[in-house]
Design a protein around this ligand. Sequence first.
Ligand code: ZN
Length: 292
Amino acid sequence: MIEKNYRGRFAPSPTGLLHFGSLVAAVGSYLDAKFNQGKWLVRIEDIDFQREVPGAVSEFLFVLESLGMEWDEEVVFQSRRLEAYQKALDRLEKQNLIYPCTCSRKEISDSSIIGLGGPIYPGTCLKNPSLSDKACSLRIQTNQNEIQFQDILKGPYTQKLRREIGDFVLRRADGIYAYQLAVVVDDAEQGITHVVRGADLLDSTPRQIFLQRSLGYSTPRYMHLPVVTNAAGEKLSKQTNAEPIDIANALPQLVKALCFLGQKPPAVILEGDIPSFWQWARENWQVNLIPR
Ligand SMILES: [Zn+2]
């Protein structure tokens, strides 16, 4: 059965070149959107410009085009949407959910227990607001409520933010908006109905749902794909020296990504071209074959 008015997205950070791990996320989100006759949008998550690799954005888009992955609608750049993030932050501030934090990284790790996303902030600056005017980050106050959602592949997932994550940062002391805030604002404003991405982001999802609810946004459906690891069991990334996708050798890499997602293309697909690869892949996409 087809999901109506499906809007999906692929949202890479330009902190390195497109490697096989990001290709799998791109192929999975693209095929799920196309199978459902929906739109597939590309968003460049370049909010943390200090980590950006020069030239990576144009290279990303060039590689996607060379792989025959066409996006619908204009590419969105987070670096150009700071006003929207500030507006959302203002709305949270009006609900008294935001407080300034002047703690250093060391102070936090000295006094914290470790949660899913690193040290759990003990709420020092909420209990004792700092009067100093040194640069501060802005945190959102979490609560005891359980956040639950149904992942399309992984099934039910539950988290208590206060206990497992703690009050988290929405704007860093250097003025950079946090990924969690930016992604929620963008998904809502782009009308995203389905988020298909790597399972390394599974434990971020409750934070995003918490922000969606606080901002009055609806929550998309989530599908977290298996993450590609290297021989040492590490997630492929720039840090683990993942090799960039070689477009001179595009078809075998697309087939490999499709097989990683559990699909079963016929061997002759390697003798065809990229358009016929996509035609087969979109017609035969089966979510229930994806490894959980
Ligand atoms: Zn603090």
